[in-house]
Write a protein that binds this ligand. Sequence first.
Ligand SMILES: NC(=O)C1=CN([C@@H]2O[C@H](COP(=O)(O)OP(=O)(O)OC[C@H]3O[C@@H](n4cnc5c(N)ncnc54)[C@H](OP(=O)(O)O)[C@@H]3O)[C@@H](O)[C@H]2O)C=CC1
Ligand SMILES: O=C(O)[C@@H]1CCC=N1
Length: 274
Amino acid sequence: MVTLSDIPGRVLLVGAGKMGGAMLEGWIGLGLEPARIAVIDPGPPSEVAALLEARGVALNPLNGGPPAVMLLAVKPQVAPEVLAKVAPLAGPQTLIVSVMAGRTLGFLEAAFAPGTAVVRSIPNTPAAIGRGVTVAVPNAAVTPTQMSIADALLRASGGVEWVEEEALIDVATAVSGSGPAYVFLLAEALAAAGAQAGLPADMADRLARATVAGAGELMIRSGIEPAQLRKNVTSPNGTTAAALAVLMDEERGFVPLLTEAVLAAARRSRELAG
Ligand SMILES: NC(=O)C1=CN([C@@H]2O[C@H](COP(=O)(O)OP(=O)(O)OC[C@H]3O[C@@H](n4cnc5c(N)ncnc54)[C@H](OP(=O)(O)O)[C@@H]3O)[C@@H](O)[C@H]2O)C=CC1
Ligand SMILES: O=C(O)[C@@H]1CCC=N1
């Protein structure tokens, strides 16, 4: 098994914003030597800049030779101009790992020299606490060793699922990449609904956060199916059943709404392909 310290050279992170910064934290937390990391970002957020400074990670270095891995974490919309600038920093052995939504293997391959090894992946922000999940697909040039290296880098953020069919990445983006936002919205909506129904707003907020976090943790730790955990809350003809009659309405309920949302996100991922 390849570990972070087995990576044969530097890891160059291009774009140290919310996602890149979260991954960087994971790598450092798991013991990737700061001297083996470099970051390219004209203006990283202050907390990332502070982490780089505190750990002595090079920011915008002018040289250093081709990295073992270049991880691309800029917005997909600026990818063409950013890749034009950073592509010359890659060598023939450099493995490219992208976490950019939408940007395809074909787009990435065209930005680098022919035969470059490229992994397209989609992580999510719970990466910041090592509880993310990433879905990844390699191109034909990725060797088994490079795949293990990519896996080690991505696994620092949480679980990793490798797929062979690239089209699945757009759907995974809509489910797990964007998914934390849906869960946070659920917490916001539950708090707002509780306040509207009469709870003091700050108490509604605390209850909603604790409920979402506790339910998520119970699902993970118990290993019980979500549907069974839902049934465990639902007493016959009780309060939950009254709420679920609204939320599980086949036409206006949560399932058709979330299905529409996921399809919209997957469509947007395909549009970002460029
Ligand atoms: N946020 C998320 O939940 C997820 C994001 N992603 C993907 O991760 C990527 C980054 O998203 P996110 O972290 O949210 O976005 P951010 O805007 O937080 O991060 C992007 C970073 O790249 C920097 N940047 C801009 N121009 C350059 C450049 N020329 N060279 C190097 N860095 C540059 C930005 O600086 P500045 O702010 O000054 O422009 C910013 O710090 C996107 O492609 C997104 O699709 C994937 C999965 C989940
Ligand atoms: O909203 C976005 O486009 C990015 C990709 C997945 C999560 N955030």
